[in-house]
Write a protein that binds this ligand. Structure first.
Ligand code: DQA
Length: 143
């Protein structure tokens, strides 16, 4: 395991601004910095990508086929709606961990179902920024 692609979906770029009681008050830039620092300490190469657009996320997943060894994805609201993102992950076939800042099992009913969970080998939910570190640790240990 060397190269990990981290994908963050819609509105994750507003972390720190949007609903701080749910997603915390640290800005998105500090999440990106946190991920890079953790990756460096584990000897991993990481690329962090964020998009508000479903098709762009799918393009980036497809690109991972030749560029990455594993994917960590927080699909945000697309978690609960996107068969297309699920299909892209299945098509590419890389080890995938799903991360959510908040605990989606303890929120509204519509957040309880995740299409991405049908493919992801692990889901980490409700640990804030640490969830991304936990995902990297899991992948580094297993692969
Ligand atoms: C989220 C949870 C989703 O339900 C929500 O739509 C998000 C963020 C999380 O990180 O907790 O945008 O993926």
């Amino acid at each position: 395991m060397k190269k990990i692609l981290v994908i963050n979906g819609p509105n994750i770029n507003l972390t720190g601004i949007r609903e701080p009681d749910v997603y915390g008050s640290r800005p998105y830039d500090s999440l990106v910095g946190f991920i890079h620092d953790k990756a460096a300490s584990m000897g991993l190469e990481v690329c962090v990508y964020q998009s508000n657009h479903e098709g762009c996320i799918i393009d980036r997943i497809q690109q991972a086929l030749t560029e990455s060894d594993a994917i960590i994805i927080n699909p945000a609201a697309y978690t609960h709606t996107s068969i297309a993102i699920l299909d892209a992950l299945k098509a590419v076939g890389l080890p995938t961990v799903e991360v959510h800042l908040s605990d989606i099992s303890q929120r509204e009913e519509f957040r309880r179902f995740s299409y991405v969970s049908l493919y992801a080998e692990k889901t980490i939910s409700g640990h804030g920024f640490d969830g991304y570190a936990m995902a990297m640790e899991y992948l580094a240990e297993k692969y």
